[in-house]
Design a binder for this molecule. Structure first.
Ligand code: ADP
Length: 445
C-alpha cells in the first residue's frame, strides 16, 4: 500500500485528496508555490515543500521541482488531482522511471485519450457510439468535401483540444475554411499542435458523462452518469446525478458499453467518458483520464469514495466493490462557486473577510478557503463546490436553495447569486435544458 503521497495540486482538490489519505492512514506531502504558503492544503498536510514562484509553469507544472520534492520527502506516490499535470503522459512516465507511483492510468492511456482523433477511433472500434465526423485530421483540401458529407453546421475541433479552445462552428460552406483557420491558429497557440478534425454540430444536445473505474484484477465498473449540460463557454457550471432526463434502462445500456470498451483497453483507475446526448442517442466526445471536478455528485449517490478507490488501485489492490454492489440512491447536485462577478464573470481575487459554509444533512462543501484567506490572482477562479444530496431531485433542489441562502462569502464577489437565480428557473426545475440553455439565459438577462 502507498505509504506517503505527494499531492501535486492546490485548492479544494488538494484538500479532497488529503482527506482520503488521512482516512486510509497514508501520510501526505503538499507542494506549493510562494503565493500559496498560507493555503489550507499546506497547513493540513503532514509535510510541505515549496516548489517555485506563483507562475504555475514554474511551480505546479514544474516536473523537476515536483520530482525533487518526492526525493526529499521520500514520497512513494503522486496524485495529480485535475488540471495541471493530471493528463501529462510524460509526467506519468518520468515518475514510473523513478519508481514513484502515478495515481492514474498508464501513460499510454493518457496519450491515446489526449489525442481526440485517436480517442474517437479507439472508442468507435470498441463499440462506443461517436459523433459523425471526419475519420481523422483534415486539410484545407479535403475539409470542404468532408464537411459537405457530414452536413452543416460542422464543428472544427482541435485534436489536442481542452477547455473549449480550438473549437469553432462553421455554419456554411462559405465560412468553412476561414473558421478552420481561426480554430487552427487558436489550437496552435494554446497547445502547440494544430491538427484539426470535423464533427457534426449537434444543435440541442445535453452533456452526459459516465464515471468508470478499473483495477488490475479484472474489476471494471461504471458508477452511473452526471448531467453537466449547464455550461458557459464550454465550462461546466452546475452538475447533477442522475440526469433528470435519462431513462434508467439507457443508463444501464451505456454503462455496459463503456465498461466493455475500457476493459478492452486494459484501462486502470478512474476515468470519465463524455457524451453528447440528443434525441435518445449517445455520441462520444472525449475521455478524461483523471478525477473530475464534479466527481462528488457520483460519490453522493453511490456512497463510494472515488479517491480512496484510486489509491487502492494505484497500490495494486482490487476495487473494494463490484458492479452489483453499487446501489444508486437519491439525487445530487453540485454548484461550482467561483470568485467572479456573477454578471460579467470577471475574476474577483482578494481577501475573504467572512466565510460561513452551509451544513446539515446531505450538504457537502469542498473548499480550501477560509475567513482571512487572500485568493491569489494567478490560478483558476473556482474557490469551492457546494454539493447537496436529497432522496429525490425535488428534495435536493429545496436543500440546495436553503444551502445557497446560508452560504456567506464576504470581501470578494462570487457566483453564489447566479446559482440562486438558476435553480429558480422553471426550465431548470423541470430538467429541460440543453448545453446552450445557460448562455441563452445569461444573454436574456
Ligand atoms: P474540450 O476538451 O475542449 O472541453 P469537448 O470535446 O469535451 O472539448 O467539448 C466541450 C463542449 O463543447 C461540450 O460539452 C459541448 O458543450 C460542446 N461540443 C463539443 N462537441 C460538440 C458537437 N459535436 N456539437 C455540439 N456541441 C459540441
Amino acid at each position: 500500500m502507498i505509504k506517503k503521497l505527494l499531492i501535486a495540486n492546490r485548492g479544494e482538490i488538494a484538500l479532497r485528496i488529503h482527506r482520503a489519505c488521512q482516512e486510509m492512514g497514508i501520510a501526505t506531502v503538499a507542494v506549493h508555490s510562494t503565493a500559496d504558503s498560507e493555503a489550507m492544503h499546506v497547513r493540513l498536510a503532514d509535510e510541505s515543500v515549496c516548489i517555485g514562484p506563483p507562475n504555475a509553469a514554474q511551480s505546479y507544472l514544474n516536473i523537476p521541482a515536483i520530482l525533487a520534492a518526492c526525493e526529499i520527502t521520500d514520497a512513494d506516490a503522486v496524485h495529480p488531482g485535475y488540471g495541471f499535470l493530471s493528463e501529462n503522459a510524460g509526467f506519468a512516465e518520468i515518475l514510473e522511471a523513478h519508481d514513484i507511483i502515478f495515481v492514474g492510468p498508464k501513460a499510454q492511456h493518457i496519450r491515446d485519450m489526449g489525442d481526440k482523433i485517436a480517442a474517437k477511433q479507439l472508442m468507435r472500434a470498441a463499440g462506443v457510439p461517436v459523433v459523425p465526423g471526419s475519420d481523422g485530421a483534415v486539410t484545407n483540401d479535403d475539409a470542404p468535401a468532408i464537411a459537405e458529407k457530414i452536413g452543416y453546421p460542422v464543428l472544427c475541433k482541435a485534436a489536442a483540444g481542452g477547455g473549449g479552445r480550438g473549437m469553432k462552428v462553421a455554419e456554411t460552406a462559405e465560412t468553412l475554411l476561414e473558421t478552420l483557420a481561426t480554430a487552427r491558429a487558436e489550437a496552435r497557440a494554446a497547445f502547440g499542435d494544430d491538427a484539426m478534425y470535423l464533427e457534426k454540430y449537434l444543435g440541442t444536445p445535453r452533456h452526459i458523462e459516465v464515471q468508470v473505474m478499473a483495477d488490475a484484477h479484472g474489476g471494471v465498473v461504471h458508477l452511473g452518469e452526471r448531467d453537466c449540460s449547464l455550461q458557459r463557454r464550454h465550462q461546466k457550471v452546475l452538475e447533477e446525478s442522475p440526469s433528470p432526463i435519462l431513462p434508467m434502462e439507457q443508463r444501464e445500456q451505456i454503462g455496459a458499453i463503456v465498461t466493455k470498451a475500457i476493459s478492452t483497453f486494459g484501462y486502470l483507475g478512474a476515468g470519465t467518458i463524455e457524451f453528447l446526448y440528443q434525441d435518445g442517442q449517445f455520441y462520444f466526445i472525449e475521455m478524461n483520464t483523471r478525477l473530475q471536478v464534479e466527481h462528488p455528485v457520483t460519490e453522493m449517490v453511490t456512497n463510494i469514495d472515488l479517491v480512496r478507490e484510486q489509491l487502492r488501485v494505484a497500490s495494486g489492490l482490487p476495487l473494494s466493490f463490484a458492479q452489483s454492489d453499487i446501489a444508486f440512491s437519491g439525487h445530487a447536485i453540485e454548484c461550482r462557486i467561483n470568485a467572479e462577478d456573477p454578471r460579467s464573470f470577471a475574476p474577483s481575487p482578494g481577501r475573504i473577510t467572512q466565510f460561513h459554509p452551509p451544513g446539515g444533512l446531505g450538504v457537502r462543501v469542498d473548499s480550501a478557503v477560509y475567513a482571512g484567506y487572500t485568493i491569489p490572482p494567478y490560478y483558476d477562479s473556482m474557490i469551492g463546490k457546494l454539493i447537496v444530496h436529497g432522496r429525490d431531485r425535488q428534495e435536493c433542489i429545496m436543500r440546495l436553495r436553503r444551502s445557497l441562502r446560508e452560504f456567506v462569502v464576504d470581501g470578494i464577489k462570487t457566483t453564489i447569486s447566479l446559482h440562486q437565480d438558476l435553480i429558480e428557473q422553471p426550465d431548470f426545475q423541470s430538467g429541460s435544458y440543453d448545453i446552450h440553455w445557460l448562455e441563452k439565459y445569461l444573454a436574456g438577462q
